[in-house]
Design a protein around this ligand. Structure first.
Ligand SMILES: Cc1cc2nc3c(=O)[nH]c(=O)nc-3n(C[C@H](O)[C@H](O)[C@H](O)COP(=O)(O)O)c2cc1C
Length: 339
């Protein structure tokens, strides 16, 4: 199947909310939660997407004519692209009956590994979600990043103990998840954590630890102080707080604040290899992509993931070649024009 055939097939099985649009930009789904939309007025998802589109790339083809190398080192694992599938959870609630979380993660984690990239997995109110994700990561030789929600300490420690057995390359926490409408007033409780609390959690994890949901330089400094090995500049795809800036808008100041002291990933509205190029030009080390991987899994299973990874790679290589760079490290702000 090609990319468009996979999209078409996804339209037949993604539940009542996701339309598997030609461009996944938050317009058709608006504020549908449950569903793939964004919170409140539903505009943060659209803003995330739009702000990447407003950045232009600077063409310069007077350079050596050799292939562009998109390979990326993710905490010691060599990936063919600086791209991870973002954690997405509560599949049945948001995308209908085709996959539950266990089946989705099982498919996604191995398909990403086989496609030369890596998947993050989501956490759920049901303990079986994390257990299933860890099984999938273990079967994929640790190629995956389990993402635990900011529950109470006992629950987090129990999940991190389980995670050790799966030996994932890194672990993450979506520290912003307390804003999710369906987690409000839930047991176990999920909520904010202090730097000290995070430091204890990160030490306990004994793995490179990524804090997902950082939107300010101050937040990035606190993540550093807590001992994080990386952050994801993310507003959870607009699902946790309405009226946030786009991630592309806040990324440059966060990059400056971090000054190379930890890895920076970014997500929200990144759809193509050209968007990946722009994110790297703004100073990110790599990106996460959420909703489009869901569409690819629903429409094409493992083949969908491979087709999308191939598409991202060829678009990224094309952008690199047309902008006169041959490795990811050479991508800088000189290759983009910001409004
Ligand atoms: C339906 C849905 C479920 C999600 N579930 C999780 C989750 O369990 N954990 C998490 O960290 N992020 C979750 N996210 C957020 C994504 O990981 C990601 O941050 C977001 O989708 C932004 O990227 P996108 O615009 O590429 O989708 C979810 C997003 C969606 C749309």
């Amino acid at each position: 199947m090609d990319y468009n055939e996979i999209l078409q097939s996804a339209r037949t099985c993604m539940g009542p909310y996701c339309k598997a649009c030609p461009v996944c930009n938050g317009r058709a789904c608006g504020n549908t939660i449950p569903g793939p939309g964004s919170k409140g007025l539903g505009v943060t998802f659209q803003r995330n997407y739009q702000k990447w589109q407003e950045i232009c790339v600077q063409m310069d083809t007077i350079c050596e004519n050799r292939p562009a190398d998109t390979s990326f080192d993710f905490f010691g694992k060599k990936l063919r692209l600086p791209v991870l599938a973002a954690p997405v959870g509560a599949m049945k609630m948001h995308y209908g009956d085709k996959y539950d979380d266990a089946a989705y993660n099982d498919l996604l984690v191995s398909a990403c590994r086989d496609a030369g990239i890596l998947a993050c997995t989501g956490d759920g109110m049901d303990a079986a979600v994390m257990e299933g994700a860890l099984r999938a990561i273990h079967h994929a030789d640790g190629c995956g990043v389990p993402t635990v929600k900011p529950w109470d300490k006992d629950t987090i420690f129990a999940k991190l103990t389980q995670a050790r057995k799966a030996d994932p390359v890194a672990v993450a926490m979506d520290i912003d998840a307390a804003g999710l409408p369906f987690l409000k007033n839930h047991m176990p409780p999920a909520g904010s954590k202090t730097v000290e609390e995070l430091r204890e959690i990160i030490e306990y994890a004994q793995k490179p630890f990524i804090l997902k949901g950082i939107m300010t330089p101050a937040g990035a400094r606190k993540a550093l102080e807590a001992g994080a090995a990386g952050i994801v500049v993310s507003n959870h795809g607009g699902r946790v707080l309405d009226q946030c800036p786009a991630t592309a808008e806040v990324l440059p100041a966060i990059v400056e604040a971090v000054a190379g002291r930890m890895k920076i990933f970014v997500d929200g509205g990144i759809r193509t290899g050209l968007d990946v190029f722009k994110a790297l030009a703004l100073g990110a080390d790599g990106v996460l992509i959420g909703r489009p991987f869901v569409t690819m899994v629903y429409g094409g299973g493992a083949e969908g993931v491979r087709v999308y990874a191939d598409k991202l790679q060829s678009e990224l290589q094309d952008a690199m070649q047309m902008c006169g760079v041959h490795t990811l490290k050479e991508i800088t702000r000189d290759q983009i024009l910001r409004p």
